[in-house]
Design a protein around this ligand. Structure first.
Ligand code: UTP
Length: 432
């Protein structure tokens, strides 16, 4: 597999370290890694068309259809037929926060971390529907210890029931140099990184979670990301649509704020399968495609529906894929990776010098014969924390959450307009 240098490196180690090193190296899928490296970082799917999408208007319309679908979702929640998976294994390099992103103090009050915000939302669903939805948390070596400790210490105070949370550890993949050779981080240690949020699928299968969920009568597993405090993974409307349309997969989307907004976009490939294309993998050809079809989706461009990475999957669909041994494809990204040179000196690169390979959870979509997109309102559901400053930063996310909480107060929690005291505009607009 072109990794002979690892054998040479192993020979320089003490027997115990050598055995551990070779065992760790032998566990990686070298053939697939090479192949992914050779195919580069393109989506390989020209001529994308618009996805099947339920429009916001149709969903938000407080009509009989909407209410019926919502009631179906509520029935699933009350019947304990939904579980959710929080993806929290990322390294959060763009944010540069020292610790798992979920431990970030979001505010406004002390101790309100992203983990707490998500946990409280799940707990609110338990209160409302009377059944605790199992919460799985995907972790990597970088996030595992701190996250487990935080949930152990605070989980109950956040409203989670004993046994409601379970942790999954995702796998790692080696970083490769331009010749496809694995880099060595330290004597006896490969330079590795988490295998991407798509590693969730393998982690679920390996831990036997999918079989367990089927046995418990759980039909739908939703997934969401730690860095979106407005995520609503147990949204009864999304769940109801899945049942209504007999979907194996559903993904929430918002209109992209501008063509160059950095979110993956939903599309349909030539076989008619729904897929998500990463913003870094969209080609000029894709972007030029004319997507007007006026059907269910009624969208002007195929690449304007940005994914907010909240998905629902039929558990039996996932179980079937796991049984067939399906693996999600690998994506390549150029990164800076510190490593040892052959003479043992440490190399700290100033420019990307290596390829990291990752699996993406949304690559489950094209494997589903029945997958659709649910367009939702951006202000209600999407406030990502990706960067240290500027767009999609902690600051911009706080502003969005603040606005959403105001909306809740204005539309739901305040007394009916005829009895409400007149609100002075200043109070509404002032600081929290
Ligand atoms: P991102 O793609 O934004 O990556 O992850 P990240 O690691 O958080 O941040 P950067 O790119 O290094 O700045 C989106 C979501 O997927 C999870 C993250 O925790 C986040 O919730 N994720 C990402 C995983 O669970 N595992 C991974 O290997 C990668």
């Amino acid at each position: 597999m072109g990794q002979g240098h690892l054998v040479a490196h192993a020979a320089s180690l003490e027997p115990e370290a050598r055995d551990a090193f070779l065992a760790a190296a032998a566990a990686h899928p070298w053939g697939s890694l090479r192949e992914a490296l050779e195919h580069g970082a393109t989506s390989g799917a020209p001529a994308l068309r618009p996805p099947k999408c339920y429009t916001l208007g149709r969903q938000l319309n407080q009509n009989e259809e909407h209410n019926r679908v919502e009631r179906m979702g509520q029935g699933l929640l009350a019947g304990g037929r939904v579980a959710t998976l929080l993806l929290a294994g990322g390294q959060g390099t763009r944010l540069g926060y020292d610790g798992p992103k979920g431990m970030l103090e979001f505010g406004p009050d002390e101790g309100r971390t992203l983990y707490r915000i998500h946990a409280e939302r799940i707990a609110a669903s338990t209160e409302r529907y009377g059944k605790p939805a199992p919460l799985y948390v995907l972790l990597s070596a970088a996030t595992a210890a701190t996250t487990r400790a935080a949930f152990d210490e605070h989980g109950e105070a956040w409203g989670l029931r004993p046994g409601q949370v379970r942790f999954l550890l995702q796998g790692t993949l080696p970083a490769l140099d331009d010749a496809g050779r694995a880099l060595i981080a330290a004597p006896g240690v490969l330079a590795e990184a988490p295998d991407g949020h798509g590693g969730a699928f393998q982690a679920l299968a390996d831990a036997g979670v999918l079989d367990e969920l089927v046995e418990q009568g759980v039909d739908i597993l939703t997934t969401f990301q730690v860095d979106n405090p407005l995520a609503r993974p147990l949204d009864p409307v999304m769940l109801g649509w899945m049942v209504e349309r007999r979907l194996q997969a559903i993904g929430k989307a918002v209109r992209k704020a501008s063509p160059d907004e950095k979110v993956g976009v939903f599309a349909r490939d030539l076989r008619g399968r729904t897929k998500v294309v990463e913003y870094s993998e969209v080609t000029a050809d894709d972007d030029a495609a004319d997507g007007a079809d006026g059907a269910d989706g009624a969208i002007e461009s195929p690449l304007m529906l940005g994914s907010i990475a909240i998905h629902g999957f039929s558990v039996r669909f996932l179980q079937g894929l796991a049984r067939e041994g399906d693996a999600l494809r690998l994506h390549a990204a150029r990164k800076k990776v510190t490593h040892l040179a052959p003479d043992g000196s440490r190399v700290v690169p100033e420019a990307p010098n290596a390829t990291k390979l990752e699996r993406f959870i949304f690559d489950l979509f094209p494997l589903a014969a029945r997958a659709e997109v649910q367009e939702v309102k951006r202000e209600w559901e999407f406030a990502p924390v990706k960067n240290a400053t500027g767009i999609d930063s902690l600051m911009s996310s706080r502003v969005l959450v603040d606005a959403e909480v105001r909306r809740w107060h204005q539309t739901r929690d305040l007394p009916a307009p005829e009895t409400a005291p007149a609100l002075k505009p200043r109070e509404m607009d002032g600081p929290r």
